[in-house]
Design a binder for this molecule. Structure first.
Ligand SMILES: [Zn+2]
Ligand SMILES: [Zn+2]
Ligand SMILES: [Zn+2]
Ligand SMILES: [Zn+2]
Length: 347
């Protein structure tokens, strides 16, 4: 990626109101008219947007990586065409960025015990260092009964039946083993120990940040949110709000609701209330209760409609009920049956 593209590829902080727009080059912008269309590049002949050279002339044309709207035969042509293309490129790059940013990824996997979808919030789930499974809190804390109906000692992992760690050292040892398997949650958790200086680890922001990066690269969205927090608060790094936002965005695109909420707040503070509302609505839909307060504020200040606020209120209530139902009724019933089966078959 060259420097020009890098600079132009960043979000323009403008909300695109027309995400479905078919992108084509305006007829007066380039010699390469009709060279490519962002959403349909099958039925048009590709031409270099600067010199008009076509692919048939044994030249491999390369798309502008920021906007994907135009193609060029060479780097020279791309540079020469930049002044004409810049504005359109930035606009489309910002649109493409927003399309990705405001799209929630598919929901998380199910709890491996009760097969109910794992809650989006970290508080609704527990990570097990014994087997590396993430189990819903309902299953984690559900009482266990034998087939006579007597409550049994449940100091065991609800999934693999390994006993709970007896000490911090044992927990740390288990985590170490999981880290050797490149388990991103284990890596992220150890990062947390360094950040707080707990469980025998010295406080070391640099090490913590390094581990966060490693976990994030392995696909752990919450790690990107943490990196954002380091930059927002200047922990072990210079305060850099732009970088903080960048990492929050990566995290939110990976489905992290805290990052989504932080972005909503961030945009609200910057006066971008429309973007703020979009982020907060996604967060509240995922069950992030604090978002509702912020949406209420936007509504009181005339930046959200009554309908939007009512919708947020409905989502928030629904998610609360889902959590209550999930953990208190449905999951308990299922877990009792599941664990009784496990006990019977002597696993
Ligand atoms: Zn060319
Ligand atoms: Zn471009
Ligand atoms: Zn469960
Ligand atoms: Zn386990």
């Amino acid at each position: 990626m060259n420097n020009t593209e890098k600079e132009d590829g960043v979000c323009e902080n403008k909300l695109c109101n027309n995400l479905d727009a078919q992108c084509s080059i305006s007829s007066n912008s380039t010699q390469g008219t009709g060279s490519i269309s962002a959403n349909n590049n099958t039925d048009v002949i590709s031409l270099c947007a600067n010199c008009g050279k076509g692919e048939e002339e044994s030249v491999k044309l390369k798309s502008c990586t920021a906007c994907k709207l135009v193609k060029y035969c060479s780097r020279e042509c791309q540079i020469a065409h930049r002044p004409q293309h810049k504005k359109e490129c930035r606009k489309r790059a910002a649109e493409l960025h927003d399309e990705k940013l405001f799209k929630q990824p598919p929901p998380k996997e199910d709890c491996p015990i009760c097969f109910v979808q794992l809650p989006s919030l970290a508080t609704g789930q527990r990570y097990k260092t014994c087997c590396g499974k993430v189990i819903c809190s309902g299953c984690s804390y559900a009482p266990v009964y034998d087939d006579q109906g007597n409550e049994v000692d449940n100091r065991k992992c609800a999934f693999c039946r390994t006993g709970w760690p007896k000490s911090d050292e044992e927990e740390v040892q288990r985590l170490k083993k999981r880290m050797e398997l490149d388990d991103p949650i284990a890596i992220f958790n150890q990062g947390g120990y360094y950040r707080e200086g707990i469980r025998g680890f010295p406080q070391d922001y640099t090490k913590a940040l390094e581990l966060c990066h490693r976990a994030a690269e392995l696909g752990h969205a919450a790690s990107y949110c943490s990196i954002g927090c380091y930059f927002e608060n200047g922990h072990g790094v210079e305060i850099d709000k732009k970088k903080a936002r960048h990492y929050y965005e990566l995290s939110a695109m990976g489905g992290d609701l805290t990052a989504r909420y932080n972005l909503g707040n961030n945009e609200g503070r910057r006066g971008n209330t429309e973007r703020a509302l979009k982020h907060l609505m996604i967060a509240v839909r995922g069950g992030y209760a604090k978002s509702l307060e912020k949406i209420k504020e936007l509504y009181s200040n005339g930046h959200a409609t009554k309908e939007e606020y009512t919708t947020a209120l409905r989502w928030s209530t629904l998610m609360r009920l889902k959590v209550l139902n999930g953990t208190k009724l449905l999951q308990h019933e299922r877990i009792i049956v599941t664990i009784n089966l496990l006990i019977r078959s002597n696993i």
